[in-house]
Design a protein around this ligand. Structure first.
Ligand code: NAD
Ligand code: LMR
Length: 337
């Protein structure tokens, strides 16, 4: 009985993840860092996405096991594992490349503390993307996202294959958290909630726009400030709870799968709107997360911020020094490297 229920759920989930699938071609998707804490559940969720026909699972260690495991799931995507020597083949012909490769935080660390190790990992993987599937959409998860996205862009520019519509930093987990916390606090149905989250993906650069949340609830200032802070510190809450065993993996895999699904729907002709960190001109920062329209070539339109409350205007001003410094650090890593 319970396995029948589970199968029914899995079938419904894979249909739900891909209502547009029937009309579009099967897509080739790669997960780079597929054997990691995020990579494994994300690989499973992508295997359940009916828009995916080929799934490349790449990591520097552990991919044969993950690929064998994931490939037994009875959905149409063909999952294949690749090790160090297989990166080119993993990427060739890809429509979407998702990068969760790199080290996670331990308690007491900032995301920027990961720069030393993750900057080089992202640069090298993006170089391979530029070589083997330059037209693919790229979803960057590896931290610090505020810097790794500029690194990816500068690397592709250097190779002469940059297209600003294709490169996105994944900030969906901030939106997922803001929706959860807002629904809990206000006693509304979480399935009906929407909250845009803009800026970047670290501390004060994460700015939930609760004044634009739906359904609309007017919150006292102290509650609003507490919800804003909890959203900004959501990652740290998980890092502390995991007490040295890494950062968010399951909620992140869920968020990345939602975002990837929207990217694939867009490619297949059903545009979707998501918040994501992209090259941008809507503020003083050259990269900024805001709502964008995802369409057949990737980012089709970057929406402006709409009307902000005074509290949100202050938050926007306060984030700029840190955001600009993180962007510049990423740009310089490639320019002076
Ligand atoms: P993890 O250590 O569990 O897994 C990382 C994986 O990357 C490992 O399997 C490792 O072998 C692999 N890897 C390392 N170097 C590689 C390379 N050169 N090529 C391919 N694979 C390589 O870490 P995790 O918990 O999965 O987190 C991964 C990254 O995602 C971290 O940087 C973390 O901070 C970030 N993260 C981002 C968000 C977000 O919202 N954007 C959320 C959570 C975590
Ligand atoms: C998150 O927001 O959970 C991730 O960026 C991981 C982290 O280090 O907090």
């Amino acid at each position: 009985q319970s396995s029948a229920a589970l199968l029914k759920w899995a079938q419904a989930a894979s249909r739900g993840f891909a209502a547009a699938a029937a009309s579009g071609p099967g897509r080739k998707v790669a997960v780079l860092g597929a054997a990691g804490g995020i990579g494994q559940p994300l690989s499973m969720l992508m295997k359940m996405n009916a828009q995916v026909s080929q799934l490349s699972l790449y990591d520097i260690a552990g991919t044969p096991g993950v690929a064998a495991d994931v490939s037994h799931i009875n959905t149409k995507a063909q999952a294949k594992g690749y090790d160090k020597d297989g990166l080119a083949e993993a990427l060739r012909g890809c429509d979407l490349v998702i990068i969760p490769a790199g080290v996670p935080r331990k308690p007491g660390m900032t995301r920027d503390d990961l720069f030393k190790i993750n900057a080089g990992i992202v640069r090298d993987l993006v170089e391979a993307v530029g070589k083997h599937c330059p037209g693919a959409l790229l979803n960057v998860i590896s931290n610090p996202v505020n810097s790794t996205v500029p690194i990816a862009v500068e690397q592709l520019k250097r190779m002469g294959v940059y297209d600003k519509r294709k490169i996105m930093g994944v900030t969906t987990l901030d939106v997922v958290r803001a929706k959860t916390f807002y629904a809990e606090k206000n006693g509304v149905d979480v399935a009906s909630v929407d909250v845009p989250v803009v800026g970047g993906h670290a501390g004060v650069t994460i700015l939930p726009l609760f004044s634009q949340a739906t359904p609309k609830v007017t919150m006292p200032q102290d509650v609003l400030e507490a919800l804003t802070k909890r959203t900004q510190d959501g990652g740290t809450e998980v890092v502390q709870a995991k007490a040295g065993k890494g950062s968010a993996t399951l909620s992140m895999a869920y968020a990345a799968a939602l975002f990837a699904d929207s990217c694939l729907r867009g490619l297949n002709g059903t545009p979707a709107v998501e918040c994501t960190y992209v090259e941008s001109t809507i503020t003083d920062a050259p990269y900024f997360a805001s709502k964008v329209k995802l369409s057949t070539e990737g980012v089709d339109k970057v929406f402006d911020l709409g009307t902000l409350s005074d509290y949100e205007k202050e938050g926007l001003k306060a984030m700029m020094p840190e955001l600009l410094a993180s962007i510049e650090k990423g740009v310089q890593f490639i320019k002076s490297g």
